[in-house]
Design a protein around this ligand. Sequence first.
Ligand code: KIV
Length: 271
Amino acid sequence: MSVNKEVKRITTHILQEMKQHGEKISMLTAYDFSMATILDDAGLDVLLVGDSASNVMAGHETTLPITLDQMIYHAASVVRGAARAFVVVDLPFGSYQGNSKEALNSAIRIMKESGAHGVKLEGGTEVVDSIQRIITAGIPVMGHLGLTPQSIYKFGTYTVRAKGEAEADKLKSDALALQEAGCFGIVLEKIPAKLGAAVSKSLHIPTIGIGAGPDCDGQVLVVNDMIGLTKGFKPRFLRQYLNLYDGIKDAAQAYIRDVKGNDFPNEKEQY
Ligand code: KIV
């Protein structure tokens, strides 16, 4: 029996119960009202307004350029479409790394101006002060470990993280520190499946994996990748459920043909 079947709104408490009952958490990114409405209607537990909006919505190479104002715009649109899902929003690069007060102010802006239900930020022990301060203000925080795209210029590559013992040990202790700080969940991105399993087992809060194996407590994908809108992006962890790129292209070409051939609009499509 599903923990969350009859609930009006998914909460952090319900996510915790889902972990306890072994019910997997489904999470996808969303950036706009229309998509959020569909995903919420489909029954997603969590919608992540990811800073991947910087890539898939704005066409930037990295997540670094997106601003707090832009994230709030996307988040407010998603919140208007999400009747039941828990909506969590990424704190963008540069909006929380300075100090815990800056982090709190950014989180408050997201909550006040978008109506979202929680925030996510990247990093381990180095962001614990900020996490604690945000949580003290009553804002649920989700952590993000492993491949943290805001640090891409430090890593130099989007390859799998924590394959070596030292980085794996640091990730394990970071995960415990985030749990201790009060995070309601942690995204684990692109790490070995064995490590994803070990971290998930060691925590009482849920882990949500993206390229972190099947033993995380939930899974997340970037929706544009999952529905095949992003052309040519096929990492091993991605399961593509649709090929919307070709579907939309075919539709657009059919429309061009109809317009140029004087077939659209026909008698029934005019006043
Ligand atoms: O920004 C994003 O979409 C994310 C997911 C990849 C977890 O953080």
